[in-house]
Design a protein around this ligand. Structure first.
Ligand SMILES: *Cc1c(COP(=O)(O)O)cnc(C)c1O
Length: 390
């Protein structure tokens, strides 16, 4: 073959190396040897979807009207439910016809946003460490990521003044993700106001990933970027039922905000996919409009775990901010280790899986991410095991 045996397109060959390969292999080897692994690595809720949502899917799946191709922009009833949820939760008014599009999970929309808004030669401002899809979507579109380091000194918010001018000149959009994966940091409206001014000045589309807005503790209610006055002119925001309603496997989310941006994303989707299964949209509509008691119980469960993990790790002398949101703890590795060697140490000596921070981008070096998707007794067991090997 002319390609020397590798038929893959450049966009696949250019993918950053998968840094979790070694730890994945070591975890599987330990499992195969019968080690009782405590997996604090995966960002997938362990709680089931609420029964009323499952029942609605079962019912909707029996309706032949739901078996046909969906409309690419999503059912109107679903988009109305999204608009109603935004009004109740954030006080933001959305036109369900023009300012809401259904997604097959928000990851789909995040990846396709790059195709909607970036040309080769353009740049995108991408937080680092960060959810890998912002970077990879940018690369797939033939554009260039300009990384914004998220550092403890700035509360894991990007330093707008530190963005390189040359990259900023070519940048068409900025990714933001608060509450943040992997750092657990939260942004307030003041920060969003500053970003809005910055985006206007530099002609940027703000792409806000709000996947964790409902996963916050101690009464904290993280804001939407769209609460900034006039934000709809410059922002598209992504949300998902995955974390809020423990529905990661269902693949349903949505994008809202600027009507032209929503239409552009819909334009990509109409040529690539044919929308989300309408029975899933019907169940998701119920999730958004029914009593939100299960969301409160989800918050209590993760909030309690966050506290147990925080107190436990702090008592061992490890350094981390108290997790206020998300199901992640972003922990400094102790002296003498780097991200990879500490993760390997915990796996080999304590049977604990965590994620090396540098896998989310170079500024994540020196950290590991713990996910609290296991019950409190397992978290206590994990802390006890870590104590033995520090
Ligand atoms: C989990 C997660 C999502 C949600 O992805 P879905 O495709 O909706 O399941 C989006 N953004 C971030 C940062 C996440 O961690």
């Amino acid at each position: 073959m002319a390609s020397g045996g590798d038929r893959r397109a450049q966009r696949l060959r250019l993918l950053p190396p998968y840094l979790f390969k070694e730890i994945d292999r070591a975890r599987e080897a330990a499992r195969a040897h019968g080690v009782d692994i405590i997996d604090l690595g995966v960002g997938d809720p362990d709680l089931p979807t609420a029964p009323h949502i499952v029942a609605r899917l079962q019912q909707a799946a029996e309706n032949p009207a739901r078996h046909r191709y969906p409309s690419y922009e999503g059912m109107l009833a679903f988009r109305q439910a999204v608009a109603g949820w935004y009004r109740t939760r954030f006080g933001v008014e959305l036109d369900p016809e023009r300012e809401v599009v259904a997604l097959i999970g928000s990851k789909e929309g995040i990846a396709h946003a790059a195709l909607a808004f970036l040309d080769p030669g353009d740049a995108a401002l991408v937080p680092s460490p960060g959810y890998p899809v912002y970077n990879i979507g940018t690369l797939f579109a033939g554009a260039e990521p300009v990384f914004m380091p998220l550092l403890a000194a700035n509360g894991f918010l990007p330093d707008l003044d530190a963005i390189p001018r040359e990259g900023l000149r070519r940048a068409r959009l900025m990714w933001l993700n608060y509450p943040n994966n992997p750092t657990g940091a939260v942004a307030d409206l003041d920060f969003y106001r500053r970003v809005a001014d910055f985006a206007r000045e530099h002609d940027l589309l703000v792409c806000s990933d709000l996947a964790y807005s409902e996963m916050a503790y101690g009464g904290l209610r993280p804001p939407s970027f769209l609460q900034v006055p006039g934000a709809k002119e410059i922002c598209i925001e992504f949300h998902s039922l995955s974390k809020t309603y423990c529905m990661t496997g269902w693949r349903i989310g949505f994008a809202v905000g600027n009507a032209e941006a929503v239409a552009a994303l819909g334009g990509v989707k109409s040529n690539v996919d044919s929308g989300a299964f309408e029975a899933v949209q019907e169940a998701a509509t119920l999730a958004l409009t029914a009593d939100q008691g299960t969301v409160e119980r989800m918050r209590q469960t993760y909030g309690e775990r966050a506290e147990v993990l925080y107190r436990g790790l702090t008592s061992l002398g490890l350094k981390l901010a108290r997790p206020q949101a998300t199901f992640y703890a972003w922990v400094e590795v102790p002296r003498g280790f780097d991200s990879a060697s500490f993760a390997r140490h915990l796996l080999e000596k304590a049977g604990i899986v965590c994620t090396p921070g540098n896998g989310f981008g170079a500024p994540g070096e020196g950290y590991v991410r713990f996910t609290f998707t296991v019950p409190v007794p397992r978290i206590e067991e994990a802390v006890a095991r870590i104590k033995q090997v520090l």
